[in-house]
Design a binder for this molecule. Structure first.
Ligand SMILES: Cc1cc2nc3c(=O)[nH]c(=O)nc-3n(C[C@H](O)[C@H](O)[C@H](O)COP(=O)(O)OP(=O)(O)OC[C@H]3O[C@@H](n4cnc5c(N)ncnc54)[C@H](O)[C@@H]3O)c2cc1C
Length: 441
């Protein structure tokens, strides 16, 4: 039994975990707040989806709630000197195939009383914008282009490290370690964690911000505790997506340096949206691919769930040929002949936790008091980094609005995944190079 002053053990230092730690320590400077992750926060390479060269920061949502939250987060990126250096307001150029998407976004800005430079532009006119950077793109089925000059991108890994460092300076304890399972007292209350090296750490509040690893951690903890309701079941699915970069030469850099974020939007029938991000300070332009896949494995006898590969680095730098092709395809549908000679490099598979509705889970875990879940970015969670922790705190204190509590609940009605274009559909084993099929399974 954990007694006395509340203590917070946050497992996972991606955007959900770090934002929670930051907001907790700002609100309660004397609180005991520990962030634990298998990777160092300033490590050169990490498995976190939140650790990346760059991420899109936009409020271009047809869903009013995420539009509002994204604008709230952008206000912080624009106004708070701690966050400002990482945000680049380059604009976004979104080729829309879903009927009315651009207008839904524009309506949401209006409903929220936001004046911003955004419009739905006819394709012919849009092709000439930004010096014609996207005039070779594939416009098949595109109805119009949403151009929002107030969206952009963030230097994701740098920002994550900086906010973590600030949280540590404010009093958060950062510990590296692999968490192998949860600990429970004799009444089934969660009272801490066990590490892979056999240590145990206790806390009155254990908050899982473990991204794609969450279903596995819950599965292992259910097995060791006998609390079978801990399992995520169909609520959470670990899914992977390929990204890659190209380093631009001087001529291309001059042309693309001021480009907006590019998005090819599709319908659920065709597939997920794909994107391309403007060059970083190292002149590297990025894409993500259109195949979103799961990796179903047996984690315990008779228990099959999707998990990131078991290697300590999630084997994220091993990218099979078929997934490399994804990025070549993305290059072609954005830049056509302009990008034909670019050398694609730094392929990576990034793992995230998905829900069928693409909503986060920010909720007490009903199977055990003292246990909370705050993750499931569902391929769009990074941009909310500055404000996620504010809402996790509200969840911990029971003051989340009924609307958000219901949207982010552990138990709620969930839509059929066939309606979700970004739902992981392929299986990783079917995408491996033939020679690796036996060794990687
Ligand atoms: C390819 C790709 C592109 C994306 N692009 C965007 C974008 O442009 N804009 C946007 O807003 N969002 C984007 N997202 C989504 C966004 O990155 C994620 O939703 C978000 O980062 C998830 O944050 P998280 O904190 O839940 O998980 P993570 O960032 O994955 O962090 C989880 C952490 O938990 C740690 N952990 C897990 N298990 C254990 C354990 N057992 N022991 C110790 N530590 C553990 C991991 O090491 C990791 O650091 C993208 C996602 C992907 C995959």
């Amino acid at each position: 039994m954990v007694s006395g002053k509340p203590s917070y053990l946050i497992v996972g230092s991606g955007v959900f975990g770090v934002s929670t730690a930051y907001h907790l320590i700002k609100r309660y400077p004397d609180a005991s707040v520990t962030l634990v992750d298998r990777d160092r926060y300033d490590g050169e390479r990490r498995v976190a989806a939140s650790w990346d060269w760059n991420k899109v920061v936009r409020a271009d949502y047809g869903d009013l709630v995420y539009c509002r939250l994204a604008l709230e987060a952008q206000d912080v990126f624009r106004c708070d000197p701690l966050w400002q250096p990482y945000f680049h307001e380059t604009g976004i150029y979104w080729m829309c195939r879903s009927s009315g998407y651009a207008h839904d976004v524009i309506d949401n800005y209006e409903r929220l009383g936001r004046n911003a430079d955004l419009s739905a532009v006819p394709v012919d006119e849009a092709r000439k914008m930004y010096g014609g950077l996207f005039d070779d793109a594939d416009y098949t089925g595109v109805e119009e282009v949403l151009v929002n000059r107030t969206s952009g991108w963030a230097a994701a890994g740098d920002c994550l490290a900086a906010i973590t460092r600030t949280a540590v300076e404010l009093g958060v304890k950062y510990v590296t370690g692999e968490i192998a399972g949860l600990r429970f007292d004799d009444r089934g209350r969660c009272c801490g964690v066990k590490t892979a090296t056999g240590e145990t750490w206790t806390a009155s509040h254990v908050i899982l911000c473990t991204g794609a690893f969450t279903p596995k951690l819950l599965e292992l903890s259910a097995e060791s505790s006998g609390l079978t309701d801990l399992r995520a079941g169909s609520r959470i699915l670990a899914g992977g997506i390929t990204t890659a970069l190209t380093q631009l030469d001087d001529d291309s850099y001059e042309r693309f340096a001021a480009m907006p974020v590019g998005v090819q939007g599709y319908t659920a029938k065709i597939g997920p949206f794909i994107g391309s991000l403007p060059p970083t300070k190292d002149r590297e332009l990025k894409w993500w691919g259109q195949t979103i896949f799961k990796n179903t494995r047996q984690v315990l006898p008779g228990r099959h769930i999707s998990i990131p590969p078991p290697e300590p680095d999630y084997a994220q730098w091993y990218v099979p040929g078929r997934l490399k092709e994804d990025i070549h395809y993305a290059n072609k549908v954005f830049y056509g002949k302009k990008g034909a000679n670019w050398k694609l490099e730094k392929y990576r598979i990034c793992w995230d936790a998905f829900t069928t509705s693409s909503d986060f889970i920010i909720s007490p875990h009903p199977a055990s008091k003292g246990l909370y879940v705050a993750t499931c970015g569902s391929f769009h969670g990074w941009k909310f980094f500055p404000v996620l922790g504010k809402y996790v705190l509200q969840m911990l204190e029971g003051s989340l609005s009924p609307e958000l509590a219901e949207k982010w609940a552990w138990d709620r009605e969930r839509p059929d995944p066939s309606l979700n274009p970004d739902w992981p559909r392929a299986e990783m084993k079917d995408l491996l190079d033939p020679v690796d099929r036996t060794s990687k399974l």
